[in-house]
Design a protein around this ligand. Structure first.
Ligand SMILES: *[C@@H]1O[C@H](CO)[C@@H](O)[C@H](O)[C@H]1NC(C)=O
Ligand SMILES: *[C@@H]1O[C@H](CO)[C@@H](O)[C@H](O)[C@H]1NC(C)=O
Ligand SMILES: *[C@@H]1O[C@H](CO)[C@@H](O)[C@H](O)[C@H]1NC(C)=O
Ligand SMILES: *[C@@H]1O[C@H](CO)[C@@H](O)[C@H](O)[C@H]1NC(C)=O
Ligand SMILES: *[C@@H]1O[C@H](CO)[C@@H](O)[C@H](O)[C@H]1NC(C)=O
Ligand SMILES: *[C@@H]1O[C@H](CO)[C@@H](O)[C@H](O)[C@H]1NC(C)=O
Ligand SMILES: *[C@@H]1O[C@H](CO)[C@@H](O)[C@H](O)[C@H]1NC(C)=O
Ligand SMILES: *[C@@H]1O[C@H](CO)[C@@H](O)[C@H](O)[C@H]1NC(C)=O
Ligand SMILES: *[C@@H]1O[C@H](CO)[C@@H](O)[C@H](O)[C@H]1NC(C)=O
Length: 489
């Protein structure tokens, strides 16, 4: 029902009202001007706050009139008066589902100037009470989704089940990866008390909050609900691990002992906990090799294995698996044992940046285009027990800072190989380097042999490289006789 100015005069109870014309678009505005209602916010419980543009500059105060017009009952008016341009009228226990007519009156000297009453259901501008989140569960079959359940406070929530079902709510989810600060907000469509929200990454814990507004932008957002935590399900890894190999040994008949090496998948690619890896190798003829060497039953903590490969061309495939599935395979193609190795990089240089990092740089081979480079490094030891570190780079790189496993006073062999196409790996170019040298922690063992001619021959063992702690420059020989001070040469 539209309210005519005459009715407002009646319920205005003794106010003398200067009413604006029915169509406020007239070009010549009367003087003084009436205030213009901007909008209201109905609190879900008990009050309404409206704001307006002042209109007449001479106004000293304003009265906000909010008239509740229930069906079959006489209207009831709530007011508040203020010198400002907004105020809050207390509505008691009125439900916002009813129609409310709003009028603002400016008091200026002896005159009262009122806006045209605006009548609409209070709900159009209601701030809903906060939703109550009850559970956040992984969605079966979809690692990108969470099933968010909520409920409403029945007595205060002015939108019914059937209205919710009809899509009367506008809703948003706020989500934060647990332990991180970055807060994101996404729009969601809520038509019931559980909603599938698909804005997430697999196997990730999120903190969620929900909020609604009634119908659309005219009604302000409700406060955020309580926060609940939920974790998405695992997915199959979206990529295979970085894969590399090392030819450990080539037998006379061409069989090769190969180490296969890979890197653990970062979580954003693993999409879950990797349970195992799977390696299969085959000849170029398609014959799957049955001798897996140590490359079978590869647990999640494994990052290398070795096996014997025949002399001809072959290939190996590596996959990683989580509880939800298997990654696409990473493939490694190996040339035949007798194929000639393509050239090494042109130059290689290295310099320590600090105790635990080395910058390695190289120049690309001139004769052939490369598809990438592999930098390998390991601590030089007497035995062959030290770990091979490696990094695979695309062809645009000509430098790398290495830090993995790097310590001062330890000697590193650093080598760079160029990759050609998918299969061919060039010869290495290698150098040795320390980040910082120290004095040897042990001297050589000296053996003395006497000759009857009164001369002696001295022999000594080399110092193990682990104890040298630097590049050996020279040996200094110290000797003393019973009557003479020590001398050195
Ligand atoms: C204007 O409104 C005030 C407050 O409602 C009232 O007291 C006063 O009588 C009104 N003035 C006139 C001229 O109607
Ligand atoms: C309006 O109601 C809300 C919610 O009940 C309350 O927080 C707020 O203080 C009230 N405002 C006034 C001016 O009474
Ligand atoms: C979400 O959870 C609710 C309540 O536990 C359940 O009734 C509903 O079927 C679930 N929806 C989906 C898509 O899993
Ligand atoms: C959510 O919807 C509003 C319009 O209702 C739009 O302006 C906003 O960009 C949307 N936000 C996202 C994250 O999609
Ligand atoms: C490993 O991969 C091979 C070849 O794709 C397959 O036959 C085998 O079942 C896989 N093993 C496991 C444990 O998934
Ligand atoms: C290298 O390792 C192999 C087997 O792991 C062992 O048989 C060999 O003796 C080692 N060589 C040295 C010099 O330690
Ligand atoms: C090479 O790697 C760098 C950094 O990792 C990347 O920015 C670049 O796009 C890559 N180039 C090609 C051709 O893949
Ligand atoms: C470089 O190649 C030589 C000869 O093939 C080999 O002995 C050496 O171990 C390789 N160095 C590295 C770091 O791979
Ligand atoms: C041997 O090396 C040390 C350390 O660099 C140096 O001080 C000394 O002069 C060298 N001795 C000879 C004989 O070159």
């Amino acid at each position: 029902m539209e309210w005519s100015p005459a009715v407002v005069c009646l319920i205005g109870a003794g106010l003398f009202l200067v009413l604006p014309p029915a169509f406020s678009t007239t070009t010549t505005e009367p003087f003084p001007r009436w205030p213009r209602l901007i909008g209201c916010e109905f609190m879900y419980r008990g009050n309404v706050t409206c704001s307006w543009e002042p209109g007449d500059a001479a106004a000293t105060s304003y009265t906000l009139q909010v008239t509740k017009t229930p069906r079959n009952v006489s209207p009831k008016t709530f007011t508040c008066t203020t010198p400002e341009t907004s105020c809050t009228a207390v509505l008691g226990s009125s439900t916002v589902r009813m129609t409310f007519c709003i009028t603002v009156t400016a008091h200026s000297g002896g005159r009262n100037i009122s806006s045209r009453p605006r009548c609409q259901p209070g709900r159009k501008e209601v701030i809903l009470p906060p939703a109550i989140l009850t559970s956040v569960k992984p969605a079966r079959g979809s690692s990108h989704c969470l099933n968010v359940s909520w409920r409403r406070e029945l007595s205060a929530f002015p939108v019914s089940d059937s209205e919710i079902k009809d899509g009367e709510l506008n809703s948003q989810i706020e989500f934060t990866v647990q332990g991180q600060l970055d807060v994101q907000v996404g729009n969601v469509t809520v038509t019931g008390y559980s909603v599938l929200v698909c804005l997430f990454r697999p196997d990730t814990s999120y903190i969620l909050r929900l909020r609604h507004r009634y119908q659309g932008p005219a009604s302000p957002w409700s406060p955020w609900s309580n926060a609940l935590q939920g974790r998405t399900g695992e997915d199959a890894p979206s990529a295979a691990p970085a894969f590399w190999r090392q030819v450990k040994q080539t037998n006379r008949d061409g069989w090769r002992l190969i180490s296969l090496l890979w890197k653990p998948l970062p979580h954003f690619l693993a999409n879950g906990r990797v349970l195992f890896y799977n390696v299969t190798c085959q000849t170029d003829g398609g014959q799957v090799l049955s001798n897996h060497g140590s490359c079978r039953d590869l647990q999640h903590s494994t990052t290398s294995c070795s096996l014997l490969l025949p002399a001809g061309r072959c290939s190996c495939a590596l996959t990683a698996s989580t509880s939800a599935g298997t990654s696409p395979p990473a493939r490694m193609l190996l040339p035949g044992a007798s194929e000639k190795e393509p050239p090494s990089p042109g130059q290689i240089a290295a310099r320590p940046l600090d105790d635990s990092s080395i910058e390695v740089s190289w120049t690309a081979p001139v004769k052939q285009p490369v598809s990438g480079f592999v930098v390998e490094w390991f601590a030089v030891t007497e035995g062959n027990s030290s770990v091979l570190h490696w990094e695979k780079l695309n062809g645009s790189h000509t430098a790398l800072v290495i830090t993995e496993g790097v310590k001062p006073m330890e000697r590193y062999a650093v080598s760079v190989k160029a990759l050609y196409g998918e299969r061919d790996v060039g010869k290495n170019r290698t150098l040795q380097i320390y980040t910082r040298q120290g004095t040897p922690s042990a001297g050589p063992d000296v053996k003395v042999q006497w000759f009857t001619s009164g001369t002696v021959e001295l022999g000594w063992s080399s110092v193990p490289v682990e104890r040298l702690r630097g590049f050996l420059r020279n040996y200094t020989l110290c000797y003393a006789t019973r009557n003479q001070a020590a001398r050195s040469e």
